[in-house]
Design a protein around this ligand. Structure first.
Ligand SMILES: NC(=O)c1ccc[n+]([C@@H]2O[C@H](COP(=O)([O-])OP(=O)(O)OC[C@H]3O[C@@H](n4cnc5c(N)ncnc54)[C@H](OP(=O)(O)O)[C@@H]3O)[C@@H](O)[C@H]2O)c1
Length: 262
């Protein structure tokens, strides 16, 4: 049984991956969708079933709890699926200074963005085979430290570096890993993170359809990183060419409207 596994599938980028994957992977038997919001997952299931005729297995679960991993493990051992693609899209951020953010939010962010992604990936790899893909949602925030989103940017730096190294480890098994690093994308992400106060960042807002289309193209090309848009590619290059103290100064100047702390 050939399957795709997608976290964060109820909304935003995860939901868009669920929409576009059946067009690239025509021989999938099932798509396994993971998120907490049952109604939204059901909507995605209905859409995929009617448009693509793909059977969706729903895991309406919290990735911060153990149950979902146990449930998935039981299903994987019973059904022995061939996971063709795993998309780790569940994640959240917060546009606020560390001291203005409840420590529980910061630690949940680390747990979801890093620990859950790592745990699910390790659980899925034994059920992958040559040509399988792992897609991890990092962010352009991974390119440099971000005052005003310090923990979020650090979690995404983890995702980016973990993905690049894992890709090297798995290459000999024919499994390819892509870290997706978009700038701002027009999703519900900002309902939790807080709206962007910097007009320049709002102008760069991309559509989820475009980001996911580019990501799946890069996945097919076995690229280790997928960056949507010239501005974000430029940002990555600028960080690479600049001394750390210059990057830190620029990031602080750019972001201090976001966190309003002197
Ligand atoms: N939007 C952006 O500007 C942007 C830019 C760069 C990178 N990213 C990254 O892209 C990924 C997707 O973000 P998005 O823009 O699609 O945000 P979104 O629209 O808020 O979607 C986040 C998804 O994560 C799921 N989720 C959140 N907490 C969860 C939990 N504890 N357990 C299980 N699922 C959980 C949500 O589903 P439920 O609420 O139903 O659980 C939802 O499906 C994230 O990793 C984000 O960091 C986003």
């Amino acid at each position: 049984m050939r399957i795709a596994v997608i976290t964060g599938a109820s909304m935003g980028l995860g939901r868009e991956f669920a929409r576009q994957i059946p067009k690239c992977y025509r021989s999938l038997d099932e798509i396994w969708l993971i998120a907490r919001n049952t109604d939204k997952l059901e909507e995605v299931k209905q859409e995929l079933t009617s448009v693509n005729g793909v059977y969706c297995r729903l895991y309406n679960s919290d990735l911060l709890q153990d149950e979902v991993y146990n449930h998935l493990q039981r299903d994987m051992e019973a059904l022995k699926p061939d996971i063709r693609i795993l998309v780790n899209a569940a994640g959240f951020g917060k546009n606020a200074s560390v001291m203005a953010t409840d420590v529980k939010i910061l630690t949940d962010m680390i747990q979801l963005n890093c620990q859950a992604l790592t745990r699910l990936t390790s659980q899925c790899i034994p059920f992958m085979s040559g040509g399988s893909r792992i897609v991890n949602l990092a962010s352009a925030a991974a390119f440099a430290p971000q005052p005003g989103a310090a923990v979020y940017a650090a979690t995404k730096a983890y995702v980016l570096n973990y993905s690049r190294a894992l890709g090297k480890e798995l290459a000999e098994n024919g499994i390819f890993v892509t870290a997706v690093c978009p700038g701002p994308v027009d999703t519900n992400f900002f309902d939790t993170a807080g709206t962007l106060k910097i007009p320049a960042k709002q102008k760069l807002m991309a559509k989820p359809e475009q980001v996911v289309r580019k990501a799946l193209l890069d996945v097919r090309r076995r690229r280790s990183i997928s960056i949507y848009g010239a501005a974000m590619k430029g940002a990555k290059l600028a960080v690479r060419l600049s001394p750390d103290r210059v990057t830190d100064w620029v990031m602080n100047r750019m972001n201090n409207k976001e966190y309003n702390v002197r």
